[in-house]
Design a binder for this molecule. Structure first.
Ligand SMILES: [Zn+2]
Length: 117
């Protein structure tokens, strides 16, 4: 897959791209070096991006209260069908879950590093 835009953060994992109407979106999940992940949907070069896992989490939590989804990850995956201001960030988050970067509580999974016993 080809990225539409330059992006130069070393902590970011590329999650694929998508063209939506006029917007060409590149999706990323970033652990920001300290395990507090964020998601990014970039639509241009100079600071043109949406970011933030926090609003997505809040939205998913509301959904857990109202409906039967059991985990935040399940809530995010079903929110994907809705249209909202958060749509690009929800898409990025859903991809991060599907590609194994975020766990069911939307925490960054530890992929490479193992805990010492
Ligand atoms: Zn990054």
């Amino acid at each position: 897959m080809e990225k539409f835009h330059e992006h130069d953060c070393e902590c970011c994992h590329y999650l694929g791209s998508e063209k939506k109407k006029k917007e060409e979106l590149d999706y990323y999940v970033c652990d920001q070096g300290d395990k507090r992940p964020t998601v990014i949907a970039r639509f241009g070069v100079d600071g043109d991006y949406y970011s933030g896992l926090f609003p997505v989490k809040g939205y998913a939590m509301q959904m857990l209260d109202k409906q039967q989804e059991k985990t935040l990850a399940e809530a995010v995956l079903s929110l994907r069908k809705d249209k909202s201001d958060l749509t690009p960030l929800i898409e990025a988050t859903a991809r991060a879950i599907e590609q194994g970067f975020l766990d069911e509580n939307l925490n960054m999974k530890t992929v490479e590093k193992k805990l010492k016993m």
